[in-house]
Design a protein around this ligand. Sequence first.
Ligand SMILES: Cc1ncc(COP(=O)(O)O)c(C=O)c1O
Length: 387
Amino acid sequence: MDVGALRAQIPALANSIYLNTGTFGPLPRVVTEEIIQGHELISAHGAFSPVVRQRIEREGYERTRTRVAQLVDASPDEIALTSSASQGICTIAYGLDWKPGDEVVITDQEHSSGELPWFVLHKRFGVNVRVVQITQSADQILQRFADAITPRTRLVFASHVCSTTGQRLPAKEICALARERNALVALDGAHAVGQFPIDLHDLQPDFYVMCGHKWLLGPQGTAMLFVARAHLDSLQPSWIGWGAQCEYTENLATLSYEPLATARRFEFGTKPWTLFLGLDRAIQFIEQIGFDAIEPRVHQLASQFKNEIAQISGLELITPQNNEHSSGLVSVVAKNFTGSDLRAFFWNHQKILVSSHELARRVRFSVACFNTENEIASALDALRALA
Ligand SMILES: Cc1ncc(COP(=O)(O)O)c(C=O)c1O
């Protein structure tokens, strides 16, 4: 991989040490240009002109859906384009018909967007939430899921890659276990897509949630939801409106409507068409680098980084060191600092951009394929100074 040439295509890398792709990835210049071109077309013709509707709404937007489907080995009919991963999770949570006493099994490492919807279901519908504590042993994790799933479990929800530690969970085995026990399974792949190849045909989740704006280097406001074909009829849209692609008569006496039998049933209202053109370009950008090049480079940089962090006393590395169970996310607990202290400390130290958690006193570095050995060395210097 020619890292210098790659970096030259991503403007934000010139202005900071960008170790925050796990929050928002930096936009390649071609992505920004694609969005601008879309807006220029709108500016030249007006948003609802036949030219714009054909080129952006019909061709561009649907090309993005097809590209997402190809990226994860699914059918375009199984992909809904959403404005956030949070929206995708809520689409699942509020699309199932819950009964009091139903159970959902989640982990103790979920993002707030992967926790809060279940709390609401608990409060509104009497759904019980069982929480599996994640350890660094895949066998132990699977045993804990096996213990937590009961005949009342309707849904198992887990991150494919935990946003807290970057740990890669045994997703395929979790899906198989849920299936064996007649529970549905939803994976939160916000940190998986763009980091390594995802084959939904092989994983076989019922639902899979993805972010466009992290490791795929797409714009904010783009995300994707996979709904397996078998559930396209049964998962009900909770929000609906114009553009929802449903058949209905405006006969207020019958109150009848029929949502489309594809995942487009979950899309409605005005959409940010041009952002999805940008997402399409971002996926092409990632595909041109190729996961064959991305994965080994991230493993090499992250391993080197973690090995050095493990030797700094006073800091606790909470990310597994083993490549098979980790990713480009590297998290460290620094007990004496709040999250905002940590962000400010790294920013003031050579403009290192990181994310941090206020209460958990944790700083998270996102190591991406475009990062350099020198940037990792700067982050290590800062960590030693912090310690
Ligand atoms: C694991 C995980 N799930 C969901 C989300 C929410 O994503 P979005 O901002 O697209 O709603 C995030 C965001 O950081 C995340 O890390």
